[in-house]
Design a binder for this molecule. Sequence first.
Ligand code: AMP
Ligand code: MG
Length: 323
Amino acid sequence: MTLPLKLKYIAALLALVFALSLASCGAQSPVEREFFCMDTLCVLKVYGNSGAADGCEALLTELSRAIDPYSDGAASVFNKTGESDSPDLAGLYALSDEIRKKTDGAFSPALGSVIKLWEAARDTGVLPTGNELENALGAANGRVFSENGILKKENAGTLLDFGAVGKGYAADRAAEYLKENGVASALVSFTSTVAAIGTKPGNEKWRVAVRSPDGKGNAGYIDLEDGQFLSVSGDYERKYSIGGVDYCHILDPETGHPVKNGVRSVVVIGGSGAETDALSTAVFVMGVEKGSEYCEKNGITAIIMTDEGMTFCGGAEKTFVKP
Ligand code: AMP
Ligand code: MG
């Protein structure tokens, strides 16, 4: 698939969230950058410091290369050779593994072998066999560890895949960079994860629209505070069908199968992009009942959407604005 086509596809199908119009910002207009990063379209809107926008784009491009398993960066080298000395990769893996433990395995950064099987199924229209799934799950449960600053794996078949956390991690790094470089007002969007820095000029909060999973417009809006991140995981994002059955891109690490539990999308709002991103995926896997219990118990602000309606957790209804 060529890049422009891929970008078009992403713009059309992955538009889960987007920043609302800046019409009320008066004379001030932001410096804007749009580029392909972390397998999606990244949009930076930065008020007051174009140098910081350029620096941020360079940082994100480099980070994206490091953690994309399909590029020539650290994650890809690790998957092929079983070793990496990249601090970026080790840091992201350590953070991800913490979230894996906290979510009781509903989110896993080492699911690459299973993801690869289902991507092949999507491309060929042939479902994986039980044997293939069993082998892939065995590899996904292999030990990954750090030794003298080198990330290593025990099972050669274990493949890291940061598809469920990478955009959030990158949003964290972008927000940190922009703040360090004196930016007081900015929005960083990776389509399914958004970071707010400060407010828009005029002291207005950054308002983000959340798409309705049925594709009929927006389910509502969320006003983000300074330092807040919002992530969405939706079953409509990269849906495909085989033999008349629909499959989604989110997998249950326990069974190795695409999730089919009635959840259509999950929105998570919080103070760390890596967490909101990984948690939106994990809560999707948990389902409405277990997921809402988990969010309430752990103080996670989330909205779980099904065809029947929305379940607000951790006070999410207070930040939700109806269309
Ligand atoms: P997201 O859209 O953030 O929910 O992330 C979904 C992507 O993460 C998929 O396209 C896979 O690459 C990967 N993935 C799918 N299921 C999981 C899971 N349970 N834990 C971690 N990564 C996953
Ligand atoms: Mg995610």
